[in-house]
Design a binder for this molecule. Structure first.
Ligand SMILES: O=C(O)CCC(=O)C(=O)O
Ligand SMILES: [Fe+2]
Length: 368
């Protein structure tokens, strides 16, 4: 069979594609926010506050925000994508050196296709007990902080990929710094103490994840398989970079309803943004702290929107897709019970007391 790939398809080439396509999610109209005024010293307070408001508005309305000039240097993002490709291109035996265990802990190292089952956590935050088994077609590499004393990182041999470890550790640090700035902006937008949210992330209990979705016949992504099944992230904010292949979709937020109150699935929208633009999305822990004033966004990765069943002929192959996710996580010892600023007599605490670590584990173990 002659194989033609669809590399030429970039989300930005199709700004208002198939609005009437019954198979596909509509593209989003979420604006890109220039975050640089918030990072600069010589900028007046109004300009900084304008960024905070725009960030908060986007997160409230869509569960996601798109940031340019976010503090992770564009050169670092490009370099990390290149290193990620080199890592996943390594022969299997080199990746086995740093294999993720077949069980959940430590959640570190290389996961081959099929090892992690995101569907185990699908609907978790809505109390869904028995999700459909939608299989992921992805490989991943998970890294924690280099100073984490509980879970240790797993690396390939230095000689297999010289510099990979050092650059990945630096990238982790850059993402942590950027996350703290975004948390500061969010704290200001929400009327909290300026550094209060960043302070809850000082242990750097985050995870950096490189993802590779192999080239695939798009007809195989038929709903029984997706590139990644629908889920919400466990932490506070995820900083995500997707390449130009696209395919990330987010569920429309239900205004003023908590996840627990939502019974049905809302429509998905394709996210039209790629690296170096950062896609920030809300995870469960931030939903809990804000007593659902901000809601964790359900998302998945499937075929990009120009590709639907009727377009597809046997000779088309969806190109590989790479993405990088930095899961911002609260310090493990922190409680996830709603912060007092979000609890009133009219809106009592929706979420119970649980430590960030216990919550993370309760969801993680369902995926292995
Ligand atoms: O690859 C992506 O764009 C999303 C990955 C993701 O949602 C995850 O790993 O939690
Ligand atoms: Fe995710």
């Amino acid at each position: 069979m002659m194989v033609r790939t669809l590399n030429h398809l970039r989300p930005s080439d199709h700004p208002q594609r198939n609005p009437a396509n019954p198979h596909g999610a509509e593209m989003d109209d979420i604006p890109v926010i220039d975050f640089s005024p918030f990072l600069q010293n010589d900028v007046n307070r109004d300009s900084k506050f304008h960024v905070c408001e725009a960030l908060l508005r986007s997160l409230q309305q869509h569960g996601v925000a798109k940031l340019a000039n976010h503090g992770v240097s564009y050169g670092s993002v490009e370099e990390m994508f290149n290193l990620s490709k080199e890592f996943f291109d390594l022969p299997a035996e080199f990746k086995q050196v740093c294999a993720h265990p077949s069980t959940a802990n430590p959640h570190r190292g290389f996961c081959h296709v099929g090892l992690e089952k995101t569907y185990g956590a699908t609907g978790f935050e809505r109390g869904l007990k028995d999700p459909l088994k939608v299989h992921d077609v992805k490989e991943s590499f998970d890294v924690g902080s280099k100073s984490d004393s509980l879970y240790h990182n797993r690396w390939p041999e230095e000689s297999a990929l010289p510099g990979f470890r050092a650059r990945t550790e630096d990238f982790f640090d850059e993402c942590h710094q950027s996350l703290c700035h975004i948390m500061d902006a969010l704290a200001l937008g929400l009327g909290l103490e300026p550094r209060s949210l960043a302070a809850l992330h000082s242990a750097q209990d985050h995870e950096l994840r490189l993802l590779h979705y192999p080239a695939i016949d798009p007809r195989l992504l038929d709903g029984s398989r997706l590139r990644i099944a629908e889920h919400t992230d466990f932490g506070t904010l995820t900083l995500l970079f997707q390449d130009s292949v696209g395919g990330l979709e987010v569920e429309a937020q239900h205004s003023m309803r908590t996840k627990a109150e939502v019974k049905s699935v809302a429509p998905f929208r394709a996210i039209d943004a790629h690296a170096p633009i950062m896609i920030v999305n809300i995870g469960d822990s931030l939903e809990r702290w804000t007593n659902s004033a901000l809601r964790a966004v359900v998302h998945r990765v499937t075929k990009p929107q120009p590709i639907n069943d009727t377009d597809t002929v046997e000779t088309l192959l969806l190109p590989p897709r790479y993405s990088i996710a930095f899961f911002g996580k609260p310090d493990r010892t922190q409680s996830l019970k709603p912060l007092s600023n979000f609890v009133t007599a009219a809106r009592p605490a929706i979420w119970p007391e649980i430590s960030a670590h216990a919550y993370n584990q309760s969801k993680l173990v369902r995926q292995f």
